[in-house]
Design a protein around this ligand. Sequence first.
Ligand SMILES: Cc1ncc(COP(=O)(O)O)c(C=O)c1O
Length: 542
Amino acid sequence: MLASKYRLEDMSWYQLEVTMLIQLDESKTLYHQIYATIKDRILSGVLPINTKMLSSRELATQLNVSRNIVLLAYEQLIAEGYLVSRPGAGTFVSVAPEDFLTSAVGIVKRGPAPTYPPTTSDYSRRLGTRIQEPPFRLGLPRPRAKYDFRHGHPAIDLLPQKVWHRLVSRRAGKFSRDDVAYAPPQGDPELREVISRYLSTYRGVDAAPGRTVVVNGSQQALDLIARILINPGDSVVLEEPCYPGIRQVVTGLGARIHSIEVDSGGLRTQDLNSIKGPVRLIYVTPSHQYPTGTVMSLQRRLALIAFAKRTGAYILEDDYDSEFRFDARPEKSVQGLDPNGRVIYVGTFSKLLFPALRLGYVLLPDSLLEPFVVAKSVTDRCSAPLAQGVISDFMSEGHFERHLRRVRVEVGKRRQDLIVQMQENFGDDVSIVGSNAGVHLLACFPGLSPENLENAIEEAAKLGVAVYAVDPCYKARPPIAGLVMGYASMSQKDRAEGVRRLRRALSPFIEPAKKAALSPAEKSASQGETELFEVFASQRGQ
Ligand SMILES: Cc1ncc(COP(=O)(O)O)c(C=O)c1O
């Protein structure tokens, strides 16, 4: 205990407390002991707000230490806001313990987490707490299944790995001053040039580098386009069923969603006229409708363009996997057919290369370029320059076109293989929807009730098979049980075994009586598909 030359009755209780509590301990620095003890006393309420502290001189004498040590401790407590020095008056406690979430020893303890959603914005509340994309649960990939039919997983074995490594290390090794700064928000000019050339040549897009913007995947494009165009209550048309990523974007913004059904010719443009009031945005996936896989007919494309012109709506064309058309050349893009500048064209490198790149592109009408680039810059300043540089080299040196040709042939074979496996294992129990295109297909099971699908998926998981329900694509309950199945990334052996196990898992849930409703095996694919859409429509009407 420290000797005191002060008489106890001259000291306030609080001052006494401080002095009594500071028991010097050789294992810690004097400065730290004084600082920590006073802080602890403040946090635990022993020294209430506005308590006058002993002067540094007095405390130093009390503790029998150098005054500089006390001064140091006080300065630290003042810097952290626990004490305040009032010139001419002294040093005072400046915070109350209620200002902190504390325990008696001054360690900050978190209170119970606020229940959702007490303080988040309307936007956050509308977004909800579930990530809509099926493979994810709040940002965490599901534990990897051995037989994973996840859609969107690319044929990574086909990527020319040596070339890729060479290009990455060449770019990464070139570390100049320019390479470490923020890049232009619109994107690397060389990359915009090659993307624009590619889109004009392969997609019939009316492209120009000046109207091209590089984005962090097409999802960012969908989000930013919606944000620059939509106010709460504005009407937006979505396909039904629809890509969940866009539904969540426009829901978050408070748009009024009009879901227009899709049939074997794509979005039923004839139904657009039933919408009352102005339409702000129409989202479509014309090359390969997500998730049904149908291709929008030329008549519908033209009708869509005419509707947009007449009503002043913008068309958002999401061309996410148009490179994968296996039986014919891809249809010309809607953007390339539109003479009125009302189409925003979005594409991605996720399917042809891989999604972790997080790179895509947008072609905008002149009038939307500046607002879009400002929104992009506010969001993330720019897309990562290193990845942009690598893709730019990959495209300009001819690797991209070679890769495209190879992937198209090989992924087409994998698609065909999955169809054969499904038909061999499920026979009449399955109906494959979608044109000969894209990197996924929709497998519908007319004998399986949509309510039982989740249980069937759980059974499949027990056998090491991951499959994904089409449900998130529908605004309400889907009319039929369906799985969105990717096939590009699996080996032939795994695909075959995965389908065999899927058959085992689903069989107990399939009602034989309903099987005969559709038998596409005996019909042409398009006949089967048309019938299936009729079934969709009739189920919905019930
Ligand atoms: C229809 C559609 N649009 C957009 C995306 C988003 O792709 P990304 O953000 O990876 O470019 C996906 C991903 O699967 C998709 O299926």
